[in-house]
Write a protein that binds this ligand. Structure first.
Ligand code: FES
Length: 81
């Protein structure tokens, strides 16, 4: 099955130092618990060129800024429920 959605988390050094590694873990767990792993192509990317707004994430070409381990769940729920 082709993934229907794409999530990209910025793993560039600025976003990484602001915690994108933990956000990545939270997203992975979320996708697993909600059986979304086949539907979503989830991957990292290097600097997205908007470090000052980070940590940054994209879902299907929508940009999200200032993402953290808490608010990422709400963002995912909005998109996937
Ligand atoms: S490191 Fe994430 S936008 Fe630059």
């Amino acid at each position: 099955m082709q993934p229907k959605h794409e999530i990209i988390i910025c793993l560039g050094s600025s976003c990484f130092s602001r915690g994108s590694k933990n956000i990545l873990k939270t997203i992975k767990t979320y996708l697993n618990e909600n059986n979304l792993e086949d539907e979503v192509f989830f991957h990292g990317q290097l600097c997205m060129g908007m470090c000052e707004k980070g940590p940054n994430m994209k879902i299907d070409n929508r940009e999200f800024h200032g993402v953290n381990e808490e608010n990422v769940i709400g963002i995912l729920n909005d998109v996937f429920h």
